[in-house]
Design a protein around this ligand. Structure first.
Ligand code: PMP
Length: 348
């Protein structure tokens, strides 16, 4: 009764959402600061009659605002129920049976699950070159039709120069979806590649979950060439972004000042925290995201440290495996949260 590839499938495991109150939650890259007060106002004043009706299926107002924000036209913007939905749609829209999906390795582990759900192979590209500052056009299997390029990368936090991404996309015959979930925390981004008139194969994706502090709302979007964006519209659910989400995301998008102030706080804490970890003998990959991927002085103990911190109600993320198992991914929270973490590490 259940399709063979679904029977075999190993489901993606999202980071834990603990119920306890006094938890220091640094495991899912949420923003420690609240969303714009304009969002609270929208929720407070929300006319319930709008819930009686279906939402705008093409989110015209939100789309127009996002287009203006990114210097493009609304017909080049697509909005999803979180950027995760856009990734799932891309796997269906841009990949044929017999082709494959590629991404950096390590990268966001959901990509592998999406390939398995689509019933096509996933091909990982080593990120070693990146660290040496190089990049560009690594040998990719010829069947890769969609490449999900995370920038800054997760869980490493490494940043790839837009010029390198452009070179990669130029040499690649398929669709490159640049997953910029963390780009607001980085020194630059690839949006200009997506909006360029001659662009044929680059989509740049953003989310409201991190820099806008709205992970619970579920809104993400992407920008790119009209034919690719049209393909996503063709296959989406009719009402994929609900009325409340459209209204709240619109308010957040219009309050850039609030978002940027929160990002500045996180970036400042990140710099301080990286130094603190390094002073304690940790190997920290310089991060351009709202998390760090760091190796404790005793790397074989990363898993044990993760468990010890959890027992003290400090939640970070651990990814087992040869490429990631010697490090912890730690979300940047408030200064107070990071101090508590440092204290627990020392006692532990
Ligand atoms: N891309 C990356 C690289 C992420 O880390 C995440 C968050 N887990 C997402 C996409 C999904 O974000 P959203 O909340 O918009 O679905």
């Amino acid at each position: 009764m259940i399709a063979r590839h679904v029977r075999k499938l190993e489901a993606y495991t999202p980071g834990e959402q603990p119920k306890a109150k006094n938890v220091v939650k640094l495991n899912t890259n949420e923003n420690p600061y609240p969303p714009s007060p304009a969002c609270a106002k929208v929720l407070k004043d929300f006319d319930l009659d709008r819930l009686r009706r279906y939402p705008d299926p093409v989110f015209a107002e939100l789309r127009a605002t996002l287009a203006a924000l990114n210097g493009t036209t609304p017909d080049r913007v697509f909005v999803g129920n979180g950027s995760d939905e856009i990734l799932a749609l891309a796997a269906r829209a841009f990949v044929e049976d017999g082709e494959s999906i590629g991404s950096l390795d390590p990268s966001y582990s959901l990509y592998q699950t999406l390939a398995a759900i689509r019933n096509v192979p996933w091909r990982g590209l080593e990120t070693g070159d990146e660290r040496r500052g190089g990049c560009a056009t690594p040998p990719l299997a010829p069947d890769v039709a969609l490449f999900l390029l995370t920038n800054p990368n997760a869980p490493t936090g490494e940043f790839r120069e837009p010029a390198d991404v452009a070179a990669f996309a130029k040499a690649f015959k398929g669709v490159v979806l640049v997953d910029e979930a963390y780009a607001d925390f980085a020194r630059a981004n690839c949006m200009a590649l997506a909006t360029a008139p001659r662009n044929r194969n680059v989509l740049v994706m953003r989310t409201f979950s991190k820099s806008y502090s709205l992970a619970g709302l579920r809104v993400g979007y992407c920008v790119g060439p009209k034919p690719l964006v049209d393909a996503l519209y063709k296959i989406k659910d009719s009402y994929n972004v609900d009325a409340v989400a459209q209204a709240v995301a619109l308010a957040a998008a219009k309050d850039q000042k609030w978002m940027k102030a929160n990002v500045a706080k996180v970036v400042k804490t990140r710099a301080w925290f990286e130094t603190e970890l390094a002073a304690r003998g940790w190997d920290v990959i310089p991060s351009e995201a709202n998390f760090v991927f760091a190796k404790p002085p005793c790397p074989q103990k990363a898993a044990a440290l993760f468990a010890a911190l959890k027992a003290k109600n400090v939640f970070v993320r651990y990814f087992k495996g040869p490429k990631t198992g010697d490090r912890l991914r730690i979300t940047i929270g408030t200064d107070a949260q990071m101090k508590r973490l440092l204290k627990e590490i020392e006692i532990g």
